[in-house]
Design a protein around this ligand. Structure first.
Ligand SMILES: [Zn+2]
Length: 151
């Protein structure tokens, strides 16, 4: 699934993607970026009521570009993250699963895949914040593949 539709990216986008949670405006403020310090802040403060990422500048929708080098030589996976859905009912749990809503081609199209991820936040207990995702981690599942689970 990962790399289903590979695109080759320019060096500047790769460099940009190393920086973590930068939310770009989907509206008219196309050069505006809002930064979330970490995954907890991103999910708590940068989503709207429908779980889409929110532009900090205009309050409209936003998106995040990510970039991962694949095992295949010279190939990259460049998903657009459009939103995220929390899967845990209890915000007090240290283990917090969630799913990114992804489009692999464009930030202006509807999601076509779901990327299961989680974080574990042990900072209140003197530990670390750990994010579990990425190629080699949780799977990315196309929406039509996910539908196979429902029966
Ligand atoms: Zn905006």
């Amino acid at each position: 699934m990962i790399g289903r539709r590979l695109r080759y990216v320019a060096v500047d986008r790769r460099t940009e993607c190393i920086m973590s949670w930068l939310i770009k405006c989907s509206g008219h403020l196309t050069n505006r970026v809002t930064k979330a310090a970490n995954i907890v802040g991103l999910l708590n403060a940068h989503r709207d009521a429908q779980d889409w990422f929110r532009c900090g500048c205009c309050g409209g929708r936003g998106y995040i570009e990510k970039c991962f080098k694949l095992q295949e030589e010279g190939e990259y996976w460049n998903p657009y993250l459009l939103g995220a859905v929390r899967l845990s009912d209890n915000p007090e749990n240290t283990y917090q699963p969630f799913a990114f809503l992804v489009n692999e081609d464009s930030p202006s199209q509807a999601p076509d895949a779901v990327w299961f991820s989680y974080y574990k936040d042990l900072r209140p207990h003197g530990g670390r914040l750990k994010l579990g995702y990425g190629p080699g981690g949780p799977p990315v599942v196309a929406l039509d593949q996910l539908a196979k689970l429902i029966p």
